[in-house]
Design a protein around this ligand. Sequence first.
Ligand code: KIV
Length: 264
Amino acid sequence: MSNITLHTLSSMKKNGEKFAVLTAYDACFSHLVSSAGVEVILVGDSLGMVLQGNDSTLPVTVEEMAYHTQAVARGNQGSLIMSDLPFMSYATPEQAMDSSAALMQAGANMVKLEGGAWLAETINLLAERGIPVCAHLGLTPQTVNKLGGYRVQGRDKASAQQMINDAVILQDAGASVILLECVPSILAKEITMAVDVPVIGIGAGAGTDAQVLVMHDMLGVTPGRSPKFVKNFMADADTIEEAVANYAKAVKDGSFPAEEHGFE
Ligand code: KIV
């Protein structure tokens, strides 16, 4: 796969072509995922849960994110690498710049942060300094304590409108990508149409420009009950390579997510 850039992703949105995003945290899986045609590798702070065994993403540090980003960058075969800014590493714009510099120097092509319009100044500063930003809206796992659990967001009229406004404000502030997690499918589609930048969904229905899953979830190795939006691609595959390739294909041809994976 040739090198994927922001330009590739926005051209794909313009042409109505879906792209696939998957998490990876080490060099081997990075090599496998990028070789399978997944456009974007997310070095997610979900590593705090699936690799470290914590019950939330809150304990993850910038140093740990930089370590895993470096490993992913070494194995990468041309995907765009997006790395999460972990909890409290962007509480002020200055902190956001230092934390983002660490991730970009470790090999990220873009950083992701969680939150609404209050992040506009931070996103603007980062974007002006050449750091592409993905703004994560909806269920933002770093604020699980405030949200009172991992719940679908934007179900009432006021919070849905707030999310649409946040997406537009953050795009205008310089965000290059928006990510929506656990949002009603209809709302996610509306936001995708309201912004020019690509929108990635997880538990957000089929109307977004791209889909993301946590690798351990789509391989069916995460202990316990899977969230409704997860599909185990290992169930119909003989190898991990085949499962990842089938995931990328299903996202691109629109067969994943199906209606049953979304929320009302
Ligand atoms: O950390 C992560 O893997 C994420 C996805 C759930 C979108 O942010």
